[in-house]
Design a protein. Sequence first.
Length: 160
Amino acid sequence: MHLQFRRFAGCPACDLHLRELARRHAEIEALGIREAVVFHSPAEALRTHAGDLPFALVADPEKRLYHEFGVETSWRALLSPAALTPLARVIGHGLAMVVRDRRPVPPLRPVGGRFGLPADLLIDGNGQVLASKYGEHLDDQWSADDLIALASSVGGGGRA
């Protein structure tokens, strides 16, 4: 399982990343990887902003899972120098999604705030964490290529 911790439902950075994974979903699934995405948003926000994604979505507005897995909140999410270039790209993507695709506008005051950091965990069938990445800013997570390469290496190319 690829357990992902994202920011809030409607987050332009999260949306851009999750759309990349959705485009490669069949390829990821062929490796035996199931996706589960945790947001610090209520279930209704998930339905509104991410309900069309082919992944299991988990609403965690109280951030219980975030705390249990050590996923942090930090000003670095948006204000890290490493986040500035990705931030400009995701803002452009977010505006295009709202205008072109008529997607809902991201919340101005998301539940859990704007400073969540992403995290990715690859977990085997016994619940053992095989690999993890705790992001340093809003766009610091495994790409689809990273996930596929990692799953192939730790899972021997088979089911991870």
